[in-house]
Design a binder for this molecule. Sequence first.
Ligand SMILES: *[C@@H]1O[C@H](CO)[C@@H](O)[C@H](O)[C@H]1NC(C)=O
Ligand SMILES: *[C@@H]1O[C@H](CO)[C@@H](O)[C@H](O)[C@H]1NC(C)=O
Ligand SMILES: *[C@@H]1O[C@H](CO)[C@@H](O)[C@H](O)[C@H]1NC(C)=O
Ligand SMILES: *[C@@H]1O[C@H](CO)[C@@H](O)[C@H](O)[C@H]1NC(C)=O
Ligand SMILES: *[C@@H]1O[C@H](CO)[C@@H](O)[C@H](O)[C@H]1NC(C)=O
Ligand SMILES: *[C@@H]1O[C@H](CO)[C@@H](O)[C@H](O)[C@H]1NC(C)=O
Ligand SMILES: *[C@@H]1O[C@H](CO)[C@@H](O)[C@H](O)[C@H]1NC(C)=O
Ligand SMILES: *[C@@H]1O[C@H](CO)[C@@H](O)[C@H](O)[C@H]1NC(C)=O
Ligand SMILES: *[C@@H]1O[C@H](CO)[C@@H](O)[C@H](O)[C@H]1NC(C)=O
Ligand SMILES: *[C@@H]1O[C@H](CO)[C@@H](O)[C@H](O)[C@H]1NC(C)=O
Ligand SMILES: *[C@@H]1O[C@H](CO)[C@@H](O)[C@H](O)[C@H]1NC(C)=O
Ligand SMILES: *[C@@H]1O[C@H](CO)[C@@H](O)[C@H](O)[C@H]1NC(C)=O
Length: 702
Amino acid sequence: MTWMDEFWRLNAVFLVILLSFSFQGAHCELVVSPVVPTLVKAAAGSTVTLAVSFSGAPDPTVTWFKENLPVVTWTIDSSSPPDIAPNYRQVLRMRKDGSLTFVNVTRNYTSNYTMKMTKSGLGTAVTYFTLLVFDNIQNVELHLQPDPVKEGIDDFTLQYVMSQGDVEQQMWFFNAKEIKTDSRYSVEQNSLVVRRPKRSDTGQYTVKLENPFSTVETDMNVTVLYGPDEPILEARPDRPFYLSGDSLSLFCQAEGLPQPTAVWVFGGENLSHDGVLNLTNVQTSQGGNYTCMVLNGQTKEQRQKNMTLNVYERPSGNPVCSVQSVNRNTGLQYHCLWWGGTPLAWLSFPALSNTSSGAGNFNLTVTTSDNLNRKTITCVAVHPVEQNQCNVTASSPVDFLPAVRTTFDLGEGKIVVTIQCVSEASPEAVVSWSKGSEAVISGSTYQISNNTTQLEIRYYNVSSFLLQKYACTCLNPLGSRRREIQLRGPSISDFRLFPNQARTVVTLTWEVPPASVVTGFDIQMKGPNLPSENHNGSQIRGSSNKYRTIQLKPGSARSADVFNLDPDSTYRFRVVPKARITEGKPSEVQILGPGGGLSGPAIAGIAAGIPCSLLFLLLLGGFIYLCVYCNKNKSSRQTRYPVSRAVEKAITAQPDSTPHNLLTGGLKSPPDYNRLHQTPSDRSVALPTFVPPQPVRVATTV
Ligand SMILES: *[C@@H]1O[C@H](CO)[C@@H](O)[C@H](O)[C@H]1NC(C)=O
Ligand SMILES: *[C@@H]1O[C@H](CO)[C@@H](O)[C@H](O)[C@H]1NC(C)=O
Ligand SMILES: *[C@@H]1O[C@H](CO)[C@@H](O)[C@H](O)[C@H]1NC(C)=O
Ligand SMILES: *[C@@H]1O[C@H](CO)[C@@H](O)[C@H](O)[C@H]1NC(C)=O
Ligand SMILES: *[C@@H]1O[C@H](CO)[C@@H](O)[C@H](O)[C@H]1NC(C)=O
Ligand SMILES: *[C@@H]1O[C@H](CO)[C@@H](O)[C@H](O)[C@H]1NC(C)=O
Ligand SMILES: *[C@@H]1O[C@H](CO)[C@@H](O)[C@H](O)[C@H]1NC(C)=O
Ligand SMILES: *[C@@H]1O[C@H](CO)[C@@H](O)[C@H](O)[C@H]1NC(C)=O
Ligand SMILES: *[C@@H]1O[C@H](CO)[C@@H](O)[C@H](O)[C@H]1NC(C)=O
Ligand SMILES: *[C@@H]1O[C@H](CO)[C@@H](O)[C@H](O)[C@H]1NC(C)=O
Ligand SMILES: *[C@@H]1O[C@H](CO)[C@@H](O)[C@H](O)[C@H]1NC(C)=O
Ligand SMILES: *[C@@H]1O[C@H](CO)[C@@H](O)[C@H](O)[C@H]1NC(C)=O
C-alpha cells in the first residue's frame, strides 16, 4: 500500500501549500492545487489527466516538468498554442486550466511530474504528481533451472519471463499453497529458489503476477528425480543355505524416479537384466557374492548391493576316526577325516581339547596317559547340512599266544620256523624280538617282517632251535605285553583214531604242542598189508609185526585217512613227528580190530582179580561172549562189529546206551568219507561217532 502512504504524504504537502497560498491570496498570492490524488496510476493506452486548479491571478504561465525536464509551457488563455517538447507532442495535451492530459499514454511516461505556475509580480506556485503507467502482463512463462531436477544437494530455480508487463506484485504457490520465504524457499526478484529439493517437492508450482490493471497466473509441474534407493534383495525360497541341485530365484528392486533398472552380476558377468535371476539346479561353484547393480537411467545415479548365496554339499560317506602312535611311542595322534563337501566339515575332539579343531582333516596329538586306555574318543563333525561323529578307542596290547609254524626251505635246505606275535591293540602294537637277553636283528638267520609281527628263524639243524629262548614284546604308547617262546623238538599230542561203521576206513587225528618244531609226519601201521601197498610196490613191505610207514604228511597236516582195511583184521597205528630228518618220539599206539588183546587197564584188572574166582569168571565170561556172539550173528550181518577187548579211549568215551540212529541224528555227523583227501580242520566239529557194541563194553569192564 505504498502509493496510499505517498498519497497521504503528498496530500499533507498540498494542504500546507494550499493554506500558504490562501494566506498569500488574501494578499493577492498565486495558489495552485491538485484536484486528483497526486499519485496517479494508469493503464498503458489510456488517457489520463493530472488535474489542477489555481487562483490568485489571471493568466499565469504554466510549466510542466517531467522530473527536471520542462515538457510543456503555456500562458493560460494566450492565443499561441502550448509549447510542447517535440518528442512528447503525440501524448501530451495542455488543458485550459493548466491541467496536463496524456493521450494513449505509454509506460515511458511513468515519472514524477512537477507543475510550476508563475505570474509576473506574484511569484511562483508549485504542485507535484507521480504518474505510474502499467503495461498489461502478457505471455508469462516459467523456466526451470536446472532441468531435470535431482533430489539432493542442488538447488533449483523457477524464473518467470514475459513478453510484456509491469509487475507490481508476485506470489508463488506449491500445489495451491502459498510459498513464503523461509529456510527452504527463497522468493527473489523474478524467481523462486527451492533449496535441497526432495522427492516430495515434486508437484505443481504456480506464480501469480499482478498490477492494478492485470493479473496473470502460470503454473509448471516440476518433477524431482531420485534414486536408485538402497536396493531390496530377496531370495525365494529364503534359506540360510541351499543344497546343490536346489532351485531358487533372486529378486532385486530399488525405488527411484524414473524406475531404475536392476542387473544381477556374478563373477563379472551380467546374468539378468530385469532384477529377477532364476537359478535351477545350483552347484557349489555358483555360491558366492551376487551383486545387484541398480541404475537410474536418467540421472545416471547407480548403486549396488551384495547378496551372499551359500550352496552347500554334504561330504560323502561318514567321518573316519583312527589313532596312531607318534614321537617314538610316547604320544597318541588322533585323526579325524571327513573330506569333501562344501564347505569342509568342522572337526574336533571335544573330549581331548575344546580349543583346537580343523576343517576336513584334523589331527590332534596328545601325550599318553592311562585314562586314555580303552576310552572311546568321539570326533564331532559339524557341517551345515549334517552333524556326524565317529569314535575311536585307543587300547594297550591285550594278552596273546604266539603262533609257531615250521616249514622247510628246499632251496636252502633249512628249516624255517616262523613265530608270530599278534596282540590286539590300538594303535597297532609294534613287536620287538629278543633271544635270551639280546635283541634279535634281521639277518641271514633271523628275519623280522616289515610289520614286526613275525620272526623267521632259519637253521639246518633242528637242535639249533632248541637251545634258545625267544621273547616277543608287543608295545604301543598305552602299554606292552611280553611272551616267551621255548621251542620244542618234534612231538605229538592227543593222537586219536576214528573208524567208519564198516571198519574199512579209519581217520587218524593228532595235535602238535604249540612250540613244537615239526616239518612232517610219518603215518605208520602194523598189521596186514593194505591193497594199496600191494599195488604200489613203493611202500615198505614187511611182516605185519613191524611198523611201516604207509603215508607221509606235511607239517601242517593234523589228520590222515587209511582206506581198504579188512574189518576182520587187527591194525596198529602210530604217527612219528619229524623235523626234516630228525624224528621225534612216536605217538602212542592206537589199535583197530579184533586181535588187539587186552588194553592196559584190562590187564591190570585181571591181574588184580581174586585167583579163586578166576575159573568162574572165565566160564561166565565165555558164556556171555557166546550168547552175545550168537545174538549178533542172528540179528544183523551188515553191522558186524569186531569184538575187541582193547577199545581205545575215544570209543569208551562215547555214550553207550543210546541207539545210534538217535545219535547220528542228534549229534555231529561222522567224517565224510567222500571228502577224505581234505584235512579235517577242526576235530571238535567233525568228531566221528562210533557206538561200541554192548558185549564189548561188558567184556572190558569185567
Ligand atoms: C496509441 O499508441 C500506440 C503506440 O504507442 C499506437 O500503436 C496506437 O495506435 C495508438 N492509439 C491511438 C488511439 O492513437
Ligand atoms: C516513449 O516510447 C515510445 C516507444 O515505446 C517512443 O516512440 C517514444 O518516443 C518515447 N517517448 C519518449 C518521450 O521518450
Ligand atoms: C519521484 O520522486 C521520488 C523522490 O524524489 C522518487 O523516489 C521516485 O522514484 C520518483 N518516481 C518516479 C516514478 O520517478
Ligand atoms: C500439472 O499436473 C496437474 C495434475 O497434477 C495437471 O492437472 C496439470 O495440467 C499439469 N500441468 C502441466 C503444465 O502439465
Ligand atoms: C553389465 O551391466 C552393467 C550395469 O548395467 C553395465 O554397466 C555393463 O556395461 C554391463 N556389462 C555387460 C558386459 O553387459
Ligand atoms: C523366473 O521364474 C519365474 C517363476 O518362478 C518366472 O515367472 C520367470 O519367467 C522366470 N524368469 C526367467 C528369466 O526365466
Ligand atoms: C563377499 O562379500 C563379503 C562382504 O560383503 C566379503 O567379505 C567376502 O569376501 C565376499 N566373498 C567373495 C567370494 O568375494
Ligand atoms: C560385493 O561382492 C564383490 C564380489 O565378491 C566384492 O568385490 C565387493 O567388495 C562386495 N561388495 C560389498 C559391499 O561387500
Ligand atoms: C594328519 O595325519 C595324517 C597321517 O599322518 C596325514 O595324512 C594328514 O595329512 C594329517 N592332516 C593334517 C591336517 O595335518
Ligand atoms: C560313539 O560313542 C557314543 C558314546 O560314547 C555313542 O553314543 C555313539 O553312537 C557312537 N558313535 C558311533 C558312530 O559309533
Ligand atoms: C618291506 O619293506 C621294504 C622296504 O621298506 C620293501 O622293500 C619290502 O618290499 C617290504 N616287504 C614286504 C613283504 O612288504
Ligand atoms: C605282517 O606281515 C606278515 C608278513 O609280511 C603278514 O603275513 C601279516 O598278515 C602282517 N600282519 C599285519 C597285521 O599286517
